[in-house]
Design a protein. Sequence first.
Length: 451
Amino acid sequence: MNAHADPLRFPPGFVWGAATAAYQVEGSPLADGAGPSIWHRFSHTPGRVRDGDTGDVACDHYRRYPEDIALMRSLGLQSYRFSIAWSRVLPEGRGRINQAGLDHYARVVDALLEAGIAPNITLYHWDLPAALDDRGGWLNPDIADWFADYATLMFRTLGDRVPLWSTLNEPWVVADGGYMHGVLAPGHRSAFEAAIAAHHLLLAHGRGVQAFRASGARGQIGLVVNLEPKYPASHSPADLAATLRAEAYMNRQYLDPVLRGTHAEELAEVFGEAWPAPRPAEQMAVIREPIDWLGVNYYTRSVVRADESAWPQRASAVPQRGALHTETAWEVYPRGLTDTLTWVKNRYGNLPIYITENGSAFFDPPSAEVDPLPDPLRTQTLHKHLAAVHAAIGAGVDVRGYYAWSLLDNLEWAHGYSKRFGLLHVDYATQRRTRKASALAYAAVIAANAL
Ligand SMILES: N#[N+]C[C@@H]1[C@@H](O)[C@H](O)[C@@H](O)[C@@H]2O[C@H]12
């Protein structure tokens, strides 16, 4: 538990939750009039997802959400972060509304509220309607309008009773994985497309915030970004410059436009000829539409060295041998969470922050023979990162809450079901949920609001 003599107490009203995403947990991707998403297409394309895994069943959360909400309640969760599958409510992404899809998410929200659990809705968690991809997807400048229309529909449907909303989840991963390196849907590999997609993601975010303000919806809206602190491998000029490029590419590429109205100057060097001329001032103003809170997803850090062969930022991570690593080969480095949170405060001001994802994948067996299922490394890693959050709060960072990734073992994108992040074990053969020891450890922290 906590090696400290006195408990590490969190502020009154600190929000404790867990997070998932539609395509990773729901299953039933085409049920009740839903249209296909790019991840339905991608996972059904041979070779794209490990072991040929798809989201066709996943955790069957589309149907089992009442059971899962009961489990959330048993753990004392106060909030649940989940995403809307855009193509459930707009099967073609625009135009025709699928009322059955809207009704599904209204039932989920109402069941959460009935259980005393605050919904935290992510509008876009990577599963773009396939019909919009057919029109160019994030490469089509019209997508900002399509997203704003979708957002407006959701705000009109649920805006009276959902307290927390975010526009996008990890836009950096969408552009880097989906358009720069092609390892995530839609699987493109082009620096030119990645730069275009990045700008349109930012525009869509800004238009989504404007739609929220115009809708009169209650609650607060934010943006969720993945942040990975970059530490230079040495103080050589080459490593220091590489570290700045890596930090600009991952950590400042989205936060600088949204929170400062500017682009990190290193991006022109990273993208080279693919980096467009300065964007129109009116578009930068849309992107900078003020947000109410920032979601930070934190998993690891990287120690950076110059590497001319590493495309596009010409920087690569130096393996930290001897350190504990997760099944996703991420170094467990809790100090990086404290450093990241204080970096955000110092660079952008003390905007309210929620840790919208933090967790770790360690080996768990396919079926759980005991309840709770022992998972000492995940439990230890959870405690250390909560202590890191506490340290950031002690340093004056306005952290409002923490969402464990993830509530359930789930489809880890191109990794398939091979990586287990859940507080709750899922036996995919039976769909049986089993609490892991980390779930009970988390429940104890929530009950005490202390570590
Ligand atoms: N990998 N990994 C775990 C986790 C992923 O499952 C989430 O969908 C993303 O938001 C983010 O990448 C983090």
